[in-house]
Design a binder for this molecule. Sequence first.
Ligand code: FES
Length: 141
Amino acid sequence: MERRDFTQRILGGAFAALLGVPGVATVLDPARRTAGSRWTDAGAAADVTAEGVKTFSYEVEAGWETRKETGYLVRDGEAIIALSAKCTHLGCKVRFKDDKFVCPCHGGMFSRTGAPEKEPVIEPLVRFVVEIKDGKVRVQT
Ligand code: FES
């Protein structure tokens, strides 16, 4: 191989690598996204009463797929709390019953504000950041 061919191959390879970096970054981008960066409209604040809970749904990006998850809005005095409906034991969907969140899978139980109350759950329900503006609730998921 002559020196000129060698130089052309090296420069060609470097050029191809430069073109390939953005392409690889674009393909890998979904895997690098993290939770907590998306705001979801969760409805009117007036609909969240002291008597019950209000459900909302939000999207979660997990790698290359997007799936819907459920959350609960709970009135706590003047404040509104947003909780994930995913049990912190093994991820089953908790349900609101008799002023508690109950997990149907293993009988775990959480308080109205998401605190663990009955094993096997020992961690509270995940709590999201809430913003109330113009009577509307937005949740950062
Ligand atoms: S998944 Fe909820 S108690 Fe086990």
